[in-house]
Write a protein that binds this ligand. Structure first.
Ligand SMILES: Cc1ncc(COP(=O)(O)O)c(C=O)c1O
Length: 385
């Protein structure tokens, strides 16, 4: 009998992978489910970006393997982008590593730094991939709770009381997914101080800073952050390029080289036309982000109304492409509310519990859905629930 490796014990298929299969079955049975679940932008990238891809692809000399470190054009574009929007100066030759998606980068970091038994602090609620990447790399995930009472920020006083001697790494992510909590300069400083004090590598995951937020921020702007922080960023959300798989890792030259030692054994670089198109996307001006955010703002108003009809409560000042909302007392959990909405109204919203136990009394609604479909979802919900 062939048995999967024991490192997969306890690692299930990704929630959305199974749920989307169920939704497909419901659709085959004629249900025509409206999905307000996943955060995959439905809008296209800028036409100039597509044009670069098309033009570059038709050239004869772009089809070979590319450098493991990424094209210098893309690294320069990333450096310029960090300088322009975050006020962070990065050396394009040594402090930037383009990635085939930032999700992949989470795994690269865990494989680069974790030995069996090393502990990793994980946000609860948080992006589920942190936990599985840590487990796959042989580490031990230790949850730190985020709650509304503490403004969805780590409770450093409680953390300081724990035995942190085995903690090697901490995952943080602001604007936070799923809660939509925005970072403050003070929060970023506190996180950096905490990492330095306990010699914990801070891994900041920053894919949402441009969505419904007019002050994009990077933890790298904290003086001295480079000594203890790695930051992941992505073109998936802010450039509508989720399927293209383009992300980036930034940090000190030493850290970037360490991660490259692992990554260069995993993949053989990214298709050059994709990298050149990504460089184009990073050069887009403020009007690109303004236009995007105008659309998300209109959609969000409709999602607020939909959540009102479910008697859910939410903070109106959230960033990112979701609305995070607490369920009414009458509802047992986000799972029961999500199932009710799915089976009675043919609308899918994500139960907050998939992001960790601290999310069980919440649901998350995606803004990656056309206005008219949010309207139809609202109609179905008000009619059938
Ligand atoms: C918090 C967070 N980090 C990382 C990712 C992965 O993004 P990418 O498409 O760059 O792999 C996602 C995607 O949903 C996310 O929500």
């Amino acid at each position: 009998m062939i048995k999967a490796a024991s490192r997969l014990d306890g690692i299930g298929e990704y929630y959305f992978s199974t749920k989307l299969r169920e939704i497909e079955e419901l659709n085959k049975a004629g249900k025509n489910i409206i999905s307000l679940g996943i955060g995959s932008p439905d809008l296209p990238p800028h036409p100039d970006v597509i044009k670069v891809l098309q033009e570059e692809t038709s050239k004869a000399n772009v089809h070979a393997y590319q450098s493991y470190k990424g094209s210098p054009v893309l690294r320069q574009a990333i450096s310029d982008w960090y300088g322009k929007w975050y006020g962070v100066q990065l050396n394009p030759d040594s402090e930037i590593l383009p990635l085939i998606g930032s999700k992949e980068g989470i795994m690269h970091i865990c494989m680069t730094y974790l030995n069996p038994g090393d502990e990793v602090l994980l946000p609860n609620p948080g992006y589920p991939t942190y936990k599985s990447a840590v487990a796959l790399a042989g580490g031990i995930g230790v949850d730190y709770t985020l709650d509304e009472a503490h403004n969805w920020e780590p409770d450093f006083e409680t953390l300081e009381q724990k035995d942190l001697s085995k903690v090697k790494l901490m995952w943080v992510n602001y604007p936070q997914m799923p809660t939509g909590k925005l970072p403050s300069a003070k929060l970023f400083s506190k996180i950096v101080d905490f990492g330095k004090k306990h010699n914990i590598l801070i891994c900041h995951d920053n894919p949402y800073s441009f969505i419904l937020n007019d002050k994009p921020a990077s933890i790298m702007s904290v003086p001295g952050a480079r000594d203890i922080v790695l930051e992941l960023n992505s073109l998936s959300k802010s450039q509508n390029m989720a399927g293209w798989r383009i992300g980036m890792l930034v940090g000190s030259a030493e850290r970037i080289n360490e991660v490259l030692r692992f990554k260069s054994n995993m993949d053989s670089g990214m298709f050059l036309p994709v990298q050149l198109a990504a460089a184009k996307a990073l050069g887009l001006g403020k009007d690109w982000y303004d236009e995007l955010n105008k659309i998300y703002t209109t959609r969000r108003k409709k999602v607020f109304a939909l959540l009102d009809s479910l008697r859910c409560k939410y903070d109106r000042n959230q960033a990112g492409m979701f609305v995070w909302a607490s369920i009414p007392d009458s509802e047992e959990s986000g799972y029961t509310l999500s199932d009710k909405v799915l089976y009675q109204a043919n609308v899918f919203i994500t139960p907050g519990g998939i992001f960790g136990s601290a999310g069980e009394k919440y649901v998350r609604v995606s803004l990656c859905c056309k206005e008219e479909n949010i309207d139809r979802a609202m109609e179905r919900i008000t009619k059938s629930l």
